[in-house]
Design a protein around this ligand. Structure first.
Ligand SMILES: [Zn+2]
Length: 268
């Protein structure tokens, strides 16, 4: 091999090394900067990190979470052996920056799309809840009470992920909305949003059908829980219908829910 080729390969190798090294350093610094908070408090089941500017809402966040903890963990028969981390960001931009650092993983993290949508006011990733401050939810147009409900919504995600990680979005978002009492969609006409089949409904997610996923999700989940109970819901939640196929049991549940909406007899 000529000296020139050898040198070219070496330069290419070093360039790639420096680029990747730089990216890893960038990720490391981003991680540190998005996890820096002024204060931290512990309650019975939560560790809450926040900045001084948000001090006035911390008691509410803590009490709201603790008041819902027992009910949700009992509903799903789950326990946590260590406090759940809650991080409160002072504005929407800081929250989105932190979500992007937390969510984008792997060697090619920098190629993954950014979260910047104003409606994203909280997440739960790797057992940590991240939310925007209830006193400054910016362009999201959410009220103080809306954000408190979002914290419970995210806590529900953490609890149900112990039953089964990554369920279809309709069940996953539906149960989180139901447990958090996010019933704003209740007066929306569901007939217009009905899927054509159970297969179609289970393929929806918060990217391809965000509007339907949430409103149909809470309706379907509420129907299952109020008609058949939590045990039946958990049974359904545990299954991987997309991989194993839809059995007669779930088809029957789906059909009676569709009928209840079409007949408009119930408030599901
Ligand atoms: Zn959610």
């Amino acid at each position: 091999m000529s000296k020139f080729i050898k040198r070219s390969i070496l330069i290419l190798f070093l360039t790639v090394l420096v680029l990747f090294g730089g990216l890893i350093l960038f990720k490391w610094f981003s991680n540190i900067s998005t996890n820096r908070f002024d204060k931290e408090i512990m309650s019975n089941h939560f560790k809450i990190s926040y900045n001084m500017s948000d001090e006035s809402c911390i008691e509410d966040v803590k009490n709201y979470l603790e008041n819902n903890y027992q009910r949700i963990t009992t509903d799903f028969k789950q326990t946590f052996d260590k406090p759940i981390e809650v991080k409160i960001y002072s504005d929407l931009e800081s929250l989105h920056r932190a979500i992007n650092v937390a969510v984008k993983q792997g060697l090619f993290f920098f190629l993954q799309p950014d979260v910047t949508d104003d409606w994203v006011v909280g997440t739960s990733t790797q057992g940590t809840i991240r939310i925007v401050s209830p006193i400054n939810s910016g362009k999201s147009n959410r009220t103080y009470d809306d954000i408190l409900k979002v914290v419970v919504h995210e806590f529900t995600h953490i609890t149900t992920s112990k039953i089964r990680d990554s369920q279809c979005s309709v069940l996953e978002e539906g149960i989180a909305q139901y447990e958090a009492g996010q019933t704003d969609n209740e007066n929306v006409s569901l007939k217009d949003k009905l899927p054509n089949s159970i297969e179609e409904m289970f393929s929806w997610n918060n990217i391809n059908n965000s509007d339907k996923t949430y409103s149909i999700g809470i309706s379907f989940v509420k129907f299952i829980i109020e008609k058949y109970g939590y045990d039946r819901f958990i049974e359904i939640y545990k299954k991987d219908y997309q991989k194993d196929g839809f059995d007669d049991g779930i088809r029957e549940v789906y059909q009676s829910w569709v009928t209840s909406i079409c007949e408009d007899k119930s408030n599901f």
